[in-house]
Ligand binder design. Sequence first.
Ligand code: C2O
Ligand code: CU
Ligand code: CU
Length: 634
Amino acid sequence: MTRTHPRTLALVLLALLALLGALVVHAADPSGREDATAALGTGAGGTAGDTEPISATILIDRGGLTGGYATPRVTISQDGQLSVLNRDTYAHTVTSEATDASGRPLFDVVVGPGETRAVPGATGLAAGDYGIYCRFHPNMRGTLTVVGGSGGTHGDKQKFVLPLAVPPTVRDAHVRLDMRQADVRMLPDGRRTRAWTYGGSWPGPTIRRPAGERTLVTVANHLPPRAGSMSMHLHGDHHASRHDGQPTSYLVPRGHSRTYRYDLTDNGRPEPGSFFWYHDHRMDHTARNNWMGLQGMFIVDDPREKRIGLPRGARDVPLMISDRSFTRHNQLTGLHEPDMVMDMGHDGMDGMDGMDGMGYTGPHAPPNDASVGTQILVNGRFAPHLRTEAVHYRLRLLNSSAFSSYELTLSDGRPFVQIGTGDGLLPEPVVRQSILLGPSQRADVVVDFHGEVGKNVVLKTVPRTDSETGTGSRVGELMQFRVRSKAPDRSSVPDRLPTPRLVDPPSDISMTWTFSLEGDETNGTFWAINGQAYDPDRIDHTVTLGSTEAWLLRNTSEVTHYVHLHEEQWRTVSRDGQPPPPWEQGLEDTWRLDPGEEVVVAARFTDHTGPFMVHCHMLDHEDHGMMATFEVVR
Ligand code: C2O
Ligand code: CU
Ligand code: CU
C-alpha cells in the first residue's frame, strides 16, 4: 500500500532482469550452482557513488528438493530487490535464519511451483551475510550478502526472556481434561495466543502414572463449533482399539466426553517406563488440531528405574519442542484455512498469503500441506530459560511438531548421554553429540552440568549432516540452561540399563509398507502407502493375535518420512540391511525413513484385537493420504 506505481514498475523490471540473468547463468552452467550476482549484470558495477541498486534472484530448479537452491549465494545492495523463481514441482521457501526478538524471521517467503516472488523483507537490511533456508526442506540452504552503506537491522540475538513453562503434573488414576479454547503465553512480548488446549495449557498437563496401573482419561469437548469432533491418541502406548483415538470412530463430539482406558500393561506385565504423549488424531484435521495446541505429555514410571539412581524430581524435565507461526498480533496463523485465522487483524505474515490454495507436494496437491512454523517453541514458549543447579539433569525430549525435524545439540559441545527412547531404556547409555528427532520421536537423555556454575548452555538445532538425500533439520536456538548454583547430586548413569526384553524376530517379512508420492501433475498428487491413499473402510493387513511379525518399511519418495506404527512397541531389526545404530536398539514406535531407506521392525501382537493405524507422523502427509490400517484378529 506504500508502493507507488512507478516503484512497482521498477521492481517488476528489476525482477525480470534478475530472472533473465539467472536463467542465462543456469543455461551456461549445468551444475546450476553459481554466484548469481557475479553473472547477473543488473546494477552493473555497484562502485562508490553508483546509485543503481543491485538486485538478485534465487533460482530453484527442478529437483531443488534434493539439489538445493540453484543459486545458493546471492548478493544485493541495501536498496536492491531479492526475488525467488521456483521451477520445481514442490513449493519452497526462502527464509532468513536471522530473526527479530520474538523469533520472526527477517524475511520469509513461500514460492509455489512455477511462481516468481519478491522478498520485500530482504531490502533495507544492514550490510552483511544472512543465512537462508527453506522451512519445508531445510537441507536447502544458502547465503544472502547485502552490500552497501550503514543502517538497517541485522536481527536480534535471542534473549531467552520467558522462564520455561513446566506443565502441571497429574498423577490421578482418573484424569479429567477439558478441551477448551484458552489464551496462552507463547511469545515474550505482546498478547497471549489463543489456542485449543487440554485443560487450559499447551502442552496440556503431564500425566504421570506407575507402570501396570490402570489409568482412565476423560476428555470433554468444549471447543468452538468449527473445531468439530475430536479423537485423542496416547502415542506409543499399548491399549484396546476403541481407546486408540481412531480417526473416524469413537469420536468426541462437541458438548460430549469420552473416557479412554490405558492399563499400562503388555501381555500381563507392566509396560516399560516410557515417555509417551497424547494428541488429537481426527481424520483430515490432525495437523490443524495439533497446531492449535491439542498436545500433552504422559510419563509411565517403572519402579526399577528408581533403583538405578537417575535424576528425579525437579531434575527430570520433559521438553516438548514444536514450531508455530504467528501473526503480528501473536495469534497462530491459520494453516491456510481462512476461517482458521483466529486473529481478525489484517496482518498476515509476509509470505503466508502466498500459501492459499497452493500445493506443497505438487501443483495439484491438497492446499494445506506444510504446517511448518517460523518459530520453534519449547513447552509452548519461544526461547525460554531454565535456572539449573550444577548437577545431572534428565531431559525427556519430544518433537511434537507437525512437520519439522531438529538435530539437537548443546552450545558448548557438551554431550547428551542417551538412556532411552520414548518406549523404555536402551541396553546401554549412548554418548551423543547431537540427536535427530523427527515429528513424534523422543529421546531420553542425561546432561551433566557439574562444575559449570555461572555458565549458560543453549539447546540448539543444527543442520543434520548424516544423510546426502534426507530432508534436513531446522536451525535455531531453542532454550537456555542457566547453571547458577552448586548442589549435592547422588544421581548416576549406570553402564547397563534395565532395558525391556526384545522379541526374537521371525526370518520372514510378513508385510511391506511402502511410502511414496502417487498421482501425476495433471490429476493431482497424494501421499500414499502401498500406492493407495488412506481409506478408513479398508483393512490393509491382518495379523493374528499372539503372533510375532516382521514388517519392512520402505520409502520410495524424494522426501524423508517419519513412520509411526500404533499399538505395539517395536524392535528395530535392521536399517538398510545393517544392525540398527546403538540408539535404535531399544523399543521404538516411530522411525526415520530417508529417501530409499528400508527399515525392518518386529513385534508380538498381544492383548487387543481390532483396527490400528500405520502412518507418517508428518501430519500433513498423514492428513493427505499417508495412513493405512492393520487389524489384529483372533
Ligand atoms: Cu502420534 Cu497415529 O500418532
Ligand atoms: Cu523447499
Ligand atoms: Cu511423510
